[in-house]
Structure formats: C-alpha cells, structure tokens
Design a protein around this ligand. Structure first.
Ligand SMILES: NC(=O)c1ccc[n+]([C@@H]2O[C@H](COP(=O)([O-])OP(=O)(O)OC[C@H]3O[C@@H](n4cnc5c(N)ncnc54)[C@H](O)[C@@H]3O)[C@@H](O)[C@H]2O)c1
Length: 271
C-alpha cells in the first residue's frame, strides 16, 4: 500500500509558533500546503510569524494564547472549527526551560527554588496535556487526527542541572504513549499520537547555556558534541520532514512512538 507523505490542505494547530522550532516547522507546513493556526503567548513573535507565513499567500491565522489556559484554548478551537471546519494536526511545541530552572554549576539541589520547578514542569507537562484535551476532542469527534508532542534527550537518560525540565519531558514521553493508547482504543485507528525527541538545536531557551556571549562553545556544549556521534548541533530544518512524516498517512500504523532526532546522541554511550 503506497501511502502519501502529503500534508497539503490539512489544518495544523502549532503551539509555540513564535519560537525557533515552532516557527520553522510552521513555515515548512505552509510550504507543503497546510493551513496553519499559530498559537503563542508572545504577541510580537506571533505577529512576526504570521507575517512570514502569509507573505507568499500561505493560509495562516494566529491566536495570542496560553497553553495553560484551557478556556482560551477552547475559544480558539471553536473559532478554528468555524473557519476551517476541522483540526487535523496538533503540534505541541510551546515549552522549554526557564533560565532560573537551570541549576547553576555550583548550586545545591536542596536549595532549588520551588517556584521555578513548578513553572517549568507545569509549562512542559500541562502545556502539552491541556491543548491535547481541547484540540484532541475535535479530532475524537472527527475520528481522525495526528498529535505530535515534543520530548527531549532528557527522557532517555539524565541531563545535569535541569531537573524540572527533565522530569517534565519524561512525563511528555509517557503521556504520549498514554494518549496514543486512549485515542486508538476509544476513537479508532485514525487518531495517532507521537512525540519527537530533539537532540541539541540552538533555541532561545538554551542559547545561553550552549553558546558564550563571544560566540564560542560553552563547556557544556563541548560535552554535548562529544556525546553526539555526528559531532554537530542539529539544524532546525532537520526537524521538518520527520514531523511531516509522523503527521502524514505514510505513518498510518505509527502511534505512541518517541522519535529521536539527535545525530545519534541517544544511541551513543559516549565510549
Ligand atoms: N532547542 C532545542 O535544542 C530543543 C531540544 C529539545 C526540545 N526542545 C523543545 O522544543 C520546543 C520549542 O523549543 P524552541 O527551542 O523553539 O524554544 P523557543 O523558546 O524558541 O520557543 C518556545 C515558544 O513557546 C512559547 N511559549 C512559552 N510559554 C507559552 C505558553 N504558556 N503558552 C503559549 N506559548 C508559550 C514562547 O513564547 C516561544 O515562542 C520546546 O518544547 C523545547 O523544550 C528544544
């Protein structure tokens, strides 16, 4: 059976579209003929994203919204269904570490600011669960759809200094399996839920810990590259086709999977 990799004409909701990874995937989706609904909490970045997506006739609309606010997500879902009649794809990309969620090299875990732990775990975990509840409900009614979550290398093995981020991204991997199972059992085999686990890509959330102000590599990024067999950071565009594949009919029997896109980081023991 020859299945299509096409996402043309599909309605794709992308949270965190004002950021590095979300914005880039949104551009790729527009280039592939998808209709994009961009959601981000930062108005300026969202406006810039929508400007780029629509510049050459792409079909995109934006909502300033908080993935932790279920009511505002419900309002967005109702407007999307009114405009385009359906929601085919949800990319849960909003998330990331917070600067204060990273323990300083000499900091003690026992003194970790609890408020930061709560902020980073809530954003990454609940910020994936709540949009899945709201937009996933539309998919359940349609009996079709594809949800992609964003986990991390931290889901495979411990990454120092980022306890909250690691715990939450591991939870995202587990929730992906849980929701994949729930959707298939209750709503049929045309609703799939998968996750990607990006390796190291330079984004706003991690730039300061990977790149020194003078542009040189930090001690941490030297360690990252030492454990990456491909010996480089990912190029942000290297996520595009993997996400497209998982959303397309070509992946019709894939659900509950966690796909590493990491230059081999998760495969390599370091020895
Ligand atoms: N960059 C990497 O190397 C890397 C690696 C693994 C995983 N990730 C994950 O990929 C995702 C995107 O990362 P990025 O590098 O593009 O980060 P980014 O900071 O550039 O983008 C994240 C976007 O999410 C938005 N956002 C934050 N809180 C929000 C909220 N409550 N509601 C709505 N929007 C909100 C931000 O405004 C921002 O535009 C994150 O989940 C991150 O954890 C990134």
């Amino acid at each position: 059976m020859n299945k299509s990799f096409s996402i043309a004409g599909k309605v794709a909701v992308i949270t965190g579209a004002g950021g590095v990874i979300g914005g880039n995937i949104a551009k790729h989706f527009i280039a592939q003929g998808a209709k994009v609904v961009a959601i981000d909490i930062r108005r300026k970045q969202l406006d810039a994203c929508i400007g780029e997506l629509t510049a050459n006739g792409g079909e995109a609309i934006g909502f300033v919204g908080n993935v932790l606010d279920v009511e505002s997500l419900k309002k967005a879902a109702a407007q999307i269904v009114e405009k385009w009649g359906r929601i085919d794809i949800l990319l849960n990309i909003a998330g990331g570490n917070t600067p204060d969620g990273t323990l300083a090299p000499d900091a003690d875990f026992f003194d970790m600011p609890v408020a930061e732990w709560e902020k980073v775990t809530t954003l990454n975990m609940n910020g994936t669960v709540y949009p899945s509840m709201v937009f996933g409900k539309v998919m359940a009614q349609q009996k079709s759809g594809s949800i992609i979550n964003v986990s991390s290398m931290a889901a495979y093995s411990a990454i120092t200094r980022v306890p909250g981020y690691s715990a939450a991204k591991s939870a995202v991997a587990n929730f992906t399996q849980w929701l994949a199972t729930e959707m298939a059992l209750k709503y049929g085999d045309r609703i799939r839920v998968n996750a990607i686990a990006p390796g190291f890509f330079i984004g706003d959330q991690n730039r300061a810990v990977l790149i020194n102000p003078d542009g040189s590599l930090t001690e941490r990024s030297i360690k990252v590259l030492a454990k990456t067999p491909m010996k480089r950071f990912g190029d942000i565009t290297e996520l595009d086709s993997a996400v497209q594949f998982l959303c397309s009919d070509a992946a019709s029997f894939i659900t509950g999977a966690l796909l590493p896109i990491d230059g081999g980081f998760s495969a390599f023991s370091g020895v």
